[in-house]
Write a protein that binds this ligand. Sequence first.
Ligand SMILES: [Zn+2]
Length: 255
Amino acid sequence: MFKIALNAGHGINTSGKRCLKSIDANETREWVLNSRICRKIEEKLSGYSGYSLIRLDDTSGNRDIPLKQRTDKANKFGADFYLSIHHNAGINGRSGGGVIAIVYKSIKDGSPTYEWQKALYNSVIDKTGLKGNRAVPLQKQNLHEVRESNMPAVILECGFMDSTTDTPIILSEDFADKVATACVEVLVKKGGLTYKSQTVKNDTPIKKSVEEVAREVIRGLYGNGNERKQRLSALGYSYSEVQSRVNEILRGKRV
Ligand SMILES: [Zn+2]
């Protein structure tokens, strides 16, 4: 059983951690972007077996859990890998940026942590193309999350929230989806997860999102009542998760 500790950095109300107003009038909070990617990672992983996963952040976003509590939780869980999703700042409204993968500065040469770092970075760049212009995208830093976790740990900074180049991209659902797919591919490969092929009927290794399936349910693709429940379960989806999204959409909530 491969154990994954997944973290969406910060909380909704953490001061400063948001997109630059001149580029994003909504000043989208970093936690919202981080959590969207984490949620997609969880959804895509649910098509596989052979792992267990905990989230280290408050998944409602309300509380910014102190970093020590996050790493303590991962250590107590005995995670095999610690993945922390963040978005960056420091471009100050100019262009440029890109994805950065950070590990602890004092890990030994040949540590498997470097393989995780490289694999995640390459996978995310391959899927998103958000290479940017940073001189050193594979970084070693003395940051709490990567220092105090007892297992290989990587902080993925998924682009800059104050860059005219990155910000419009990182706000898109499509980008979040690609980052999640990139992470899941690495987790599946390095964690030895197996695809639940016996229950999933189509050929794509990555399952559809809850959102997509909910829309298909509304279009009538899965029938009604018990039939719907059985068909969704047989395909490996959580009926209750899909149904609650269907109800939300039908109640007219925004996507
Ligand atoms: Zn952050």
